[in-house]
Design a protein around this ligand. Structure first.
Ligand code: SF4
Length: 321
């Protein structure tokens, strides 16, 4: 690798259904002036520019809480304690940490969850989270990571975005984990830039192929390489799935497969260029003072559950325009 890192530690807006033509807003309406743009902010804009306008410009941001949010936060934090370059705790201690953090969050927030959860389901989640933490070392059994070592986790990126219009913006993000692995051929090593994603049994192929998800890793790789002078050819990207319900090792077996799966993402120069251009055009949109409503995002159906935008039917976004 030509540089070094020292640390210890849905779709395009253009392809979504925009219900109404763009309309100019009151000129006194604030335009984008936040200067820092995160990947979640970019996703919010892509989902519904009007929701982005309410959440990020008018504020305060309304957050909806699902149990998965707390579960993911607790598992990520626990793994961060045990998968680290120095001072890592044992997987058992990480499992204890997970349970204590997750149970505390549930005690505080259970009544404000978007969707109620039964005691049985909650217990299943505690077991699932503990299993992921207790088997944390399984991550090194993924063939791409054999012989590897964690070189950073929760790495903060705050990097300037190059813009032709002279506006000054920075991209802000946190890379979950970086893994350095010796190259299988030749000298030197590869750096894997990884993002943890909690899931049930795994991801269907459609999700694995979703470019709007890959964009997060493309942007991380782009800014990381630029910041640390890394050769992009030596940097790989992927999502590490953290499975709540890993499958049995063999049919009928009580032993379960690893709760970790690597989903590799081909991050060559072309997709990275497109992701950076996407970011830049969305910032131009955010600065335009136009924030159309995307009515196809007001309600989203996930199986038997419908997630409703918290602004639907409020003064800021009446149901009828
Ligand atoms: S209710 Fe619909 S149109 Fe209004 S902000 Fe939410 S997603 Fe956008």
């Amino acid at each position: 690798m030509s540089g070094s890192i020292h640390s210890s530690s849905s779709s395009d807006a253009s392809s979504t259904e925009i219900e109404r033509p763009l309309s100019l807003v009151d000129p006194t309406t604030p335009i984008h002036s936040r200067e820092k743009v995160s990947f979640s902010e970019l996703c919010c804009w892509d989902d519904c520019p009007h929701r982005w306008y309410i959440d990020y410009l008018l504020g305060p941001r309304i957050k909806t809480f699902g149990v998965d949010l707390f579960f993911g936060d607790s598992v990520h934090s626990a793994l961060e304690q045990t998968l680290r370059r120095t001072g890592s705790v044992s997987p058992t201690a990480a499992a204890e940490y997970f349970e204590s953090r997750f149970s505390g969050q549930m005690r505080e927030n259970r009544l404000s969850l978007e969707r109620p959860i039964s005691d049985d389901d909650l217990n299943d989640l505690v077991h699932a989270g503990r299993r992921i933490c207790e088997r944390a070392r399984d991550i090194f059994e993924i063939k791409e990571f054999v012989g590897g070592e964690v070189v950073f986790n929760e790495l903060k990126l705050v990097e300037p975005i190059a813009r032709a219009d002279g506006r000054s913006y920075t991209f802000k993000g946190f890379v979950d984990i970086g893994m350095k692995v010796p190259k299988k051929r030749g000298k030197g090593s590869l750096l894997w830039v990884l993002d943890f994603k909690t899931c049930g049994w795994g991801w269907p192929w459609q999700r694995k192929a979703d470019v709007s998800k890959h964009r997060q890793l493309f942007l991380y790789k782009h800014f990381l390489c630029r910041k640390h002078g890394l050769d992009p050819r030596d940097v790989r990207c992927g999502f590490v799935l953290l499975k709540k319900r890993p499958r049995p090792l063999t049919r009928g077996s009580l032993e379960l497969e690893s709760p970790f799966e690597l989903v590799t993402v081909g991050a060559g120069p072309n997709p990275i260029t497109r992701a950076v251009e996407h970011l830049s055009t969305r910032i131009t949109g955010m600065c335009s003072g136009l924030h159309p409503k995307n009515r196809s995002s007001c309600k989203k159906v996930f199986g038997s559950f419908t997630s409703t935008c918290p602004h639907l039917g409020t003064e800021r976004c009446p149901e009828i325009d």
